[in-house]
Write a protein that binds this ligand. Structure first.
Ligand code: NAD
Length: 430
């Protein structure tokens, strides 16, 4: 890409490439700042700015029409000084090396924040799962596990679901790994169906974690959750469960959206009706006439705004128009670094993504613990344990932000990277 290329003239592919690069470099920028605040030297940054291991694989898959298609996949392991690496596998046409690397670093940060005994990992396969049959997806999932089997395992690197992968795909992957190793290995992967060693509460874990963060944030801001006005962008797994939990807690959901647009009612929306009518892709807005755009939705008058869809939604362009006093990032990277500064300067409490969406990896850790001990917890036990982890993590980051006079994102990076840096130092790596 030439330095003079304007963003408007970029093709879709190069824009996506640029976003991934931005994600990677902005992650590195904040890590560098966080390590400097913690008093680490540049050698530590040199170690932690990139994953220690990145495996690229080519996976041949026999398609239903008899042809063979070759898919490219990745597994990135950021740092294994704390323990095995952990992180999801996404199936998406835009998966690329930079994105997988950045997301593995984020997993290290999330595990550091929640004090889990893991480093960060991430995987992905460049494919379009919507265009593939059930059996083609099974062959691809099994082929991926065969290709990465040397670098993964219950005490090495533990995959999980991510974008467009689910419990069925985890089940195929677990089965393939168990066949290769010739013993049952439920602890190889998390996000499995309950009958194969999945954990209670895994499906709703991300939304539960976001809800707990909102509970803590309203206390800090002196707002009552009951009656608080909430806007949620995105009505998929994260957004829809979140809407339900907040609605049940007495909050008023005044705006929600999907990829096509949003709906707004200052008196509160009928969330149960929307849950009933939305499709499996989290879309519902086509059922309504009076829709608003996603940009209008973000600027609605409300107390709490939750971006729960895609990245780069709150930017320098609209950050001045956000009316909420609390922004909780359920999505990955919905707010740019520039916008983070604007919101913080305006006194808006921003709960960053690596904290707000850490409920999923926390319950994944619980699943792995249950697999290792062969003893399973009730949903209530899982939720109580999740609550403790999320409240402690929130408090730790909030206190760090106050005592170091930094924004919540930098504070989250400081807390998240500290454990990895300390472990690397104790091992004598730096
Ligand atoms: P999903 O695919 O289930 O739902 C996504 C929702 O966002 C849908 O309602 C979709 O219509 C909407 N959407 C898509 N493109 C949009 C756009 N351009 N503008 C507005 N809305 C759009 O996804 P999910 O699992 O709910 O994840 C949502 C976000 O949360 C992602 O950023 C994901 O990385 C993050 N996240 C999810 C989990 C999880 O466990 N589900 C965990 C951590 C982070």
């Amino acid at each position: 890409m030439s330095a003079t290329t304007s963003i408007d003239t970029l093709t879709k592919e190069t824009q996506e490439e640029k976003e991934s690069l931005n994600l990677f470099y902005s992650t590195q920028t904040v890590i560098q700042k966080a390590l400097a605040k913690l008093g680490y030297n540049n050698e530590m940054f040199e170690l932690l700015k990139e994953p220690i291991r990145l495996l690229t694989v080519r996976i041949p898959v026999r398609m239903d029409d008899g042809s063979v298609k070759i898919f490219t996949g990745y597994r990135s392991q950021h740092n294994d000084s704390v323990g095995p690496t952990k992180g999801g596998v996404r199936f998406h046409p835009e998966v690329n090396e930079e994105e997988v690397k950045a997301l593995s670093i984020w997993m290290s940060l999330k595990c550091g924040i929640t004090n889990l005994p893991y480093g960060g990992g991430k995987g992905g396969i460049m494919c379009d799962p919507k265009q593939m049959s059930f059996r083609e997806l099974e062959r691809l999932s099994r082929g991926y596990v065969r290709a990465i089997s040397q670098v993964v395992g219950p005490t090495k690197d533990i995959p999980a679901p991510d974008v467009y992968t689910n419990s069925q795909i985890m089940a195929w992957m677990m089965d393939e790994y168990s066949r290769l190793r010739e013993f049952d290995s439920p602890g190889f992967i998390t996000g499995k169906p309950l009958v194969l060693g999945g954990s209670q509460g895994r499906e709703t874990a991300t939304a539960r974690g976001v809800t707990i963060c909102i509970d803590e944030a309203v206390k800090k801001k002196g707002i009552e959750l009951k009656g608080a006005r909430v806007v949620i962008q995105g009505f998929g797994n994260a957004g829809s469960y979140l809407a339900k939990f907040l609605h049940d807690a007495g909050a008023k959901i005044v705006g929600v959206s999907d990829v096509y647009g949003g709906i707004h009612d200052p008196n509160g929306l009928d969330i149960d009706y929307l849950l009933d009518r939305r499709d499996s892709f989290g879309t519902f807005s086509k059922l309504f006439d009076n829709t608003i755009s996603n940009q209008e939705l973000l600027e609605l008058d409300c107390d709490i705004l939750v971006p729960a869809a895609i990245s780069n939604q709150i930017t320098a362009k609209n950050a001045h128009n956000i009316k909420a006093s609390i922004v909780v990032e359920a999505a990955n990277g919905p707010t740019t670094l520039e916008a983070t500064h604007i919101l913080t300067d305006r006194g808006i409490l921003l709960v960053p993504d690596i904290l707000a969406s850490a409920g999923g990896v926390t319950v994944s850790y619980f699943e792995w613990v249950q697999n290792n001990q062969g003893y399973y917890w009730s949903e209530q036990e899982v939720e109580e344990k999740l609550c403790k982890v999320m409240v402690n993590s929130f408090d730790n980051i909030y206190q760090t932000a106050q005592s170091h006079k930094v924004d919540m994102r930098l504070a989250a990076y400081m807390v998240g990277i500290k454990k990895v840096a300390e472990a690397s130092q104790f091992r004598g790596w730096v």
